[in-house]
Design a binder for this molecule. Structure first.
Ligand code: FE2
Ligand code: FE2
Length: 227
């Protein structure tokens, strides 16, 4: 870990911050900013894949579904852009976990769970200094809040949770759900969505779960939501 300011930041996160700093240094017209930001953040997400290999591709897959749900929810072009940046980097805070917890963030004891609960806040803290990631860092900070207020790190509920964070939490969970017995992609997605439905109204915003279902139903032939 390297010490920067008052925070210990692991080297993988510093490397990603180095990549992102390039954008804040560039003087770009607004019209080309979005493209450059997306390209660079996708590059940063690949670095994150190397550092969190047990969830390789999770950011990219989560982004595809989050954008689809966000479009259906009527998010503006600009809001979708910030949702994309947030989705690609949403788990960067996991880099702060002690090595022995790496890759075991699903089933852990209560002390370890407390450490994991910090990752949205830490990720947001690391990204917030970059001007172009300010909105994304708010979304990241809230990606584990729950509709009923029992989530983390702040325990806010319902419409108090930013809409983009509610979208991200659904796409994130959809990708993270394990369906080991699924014989094919279609079955896997069907079972994963059924599990999401069970948590609709408690963990997830029910209207967005419905929109997620619409996206999956509409996508059958295109097969965009691969796991
Ligand atoms: Fe997360
Ligand atoms: Fe995640």
């Amino acid at each position: 870990m390297a010490r920067v300011g008052t925070m210990n930041i692991p080297l993988a996160a510093l490397k990603i911050q180095g990549l992102l700093r390039k954008i804040d240094d560039l003087q770009l017209p607004d019209s080309s900013r979005h493209d450059v930001e997306s390209i660079l953040v996708r590059q940063a997400a690949r670095e994150l894949d190397h550092a969190l290999p047990w969830q390789w591709g999770h950011g990219r897959r989560t982004t595809t579904l989050a954008r689809a749900i966000g479009s259906r929810a009527g998010l503006t072009f600009d809001a979708l852009h910030h949702l994309t940046l947030a989705s690609l980097l949403h788990d960067i805070g996991l880099l702060a976990l002690p090595a022995q917890l790496a890759g075991q963030h699903r089933y852990v004891d209560s002390q370890s769970y407390a450490a994991i609960q910090c990752h949205p806040r830490i990720g947001a803290q690391w990204l917030e200094p970059f001007r172009f990631l300010r909105k994304a860092s708010v979304i990241i900070a809230h990606h584990h809040e729950r509709w009923d207020g029992s989530g983390y790190p702040y325990g806010i509920r319902g419409a108090f949770i930013p809409l983009e964070a509610r979208v991200l939490s659904i796409a994130d969970a959809f990708d993270a759900i394990k369906v080991p017995d699924a014989v094919d992609q279609k079955t896997r997605n069907r079972v994963a969505y059924r599990i999401l439905k069970v948590a609709s109204g408690t963990q997830f915003d029910p209207s967005l779960v419905e929109l997620c279902g619409d996206c999956l139903a509409k996508d059958k032939s295109r097969n965009r939501f691969q796991h």
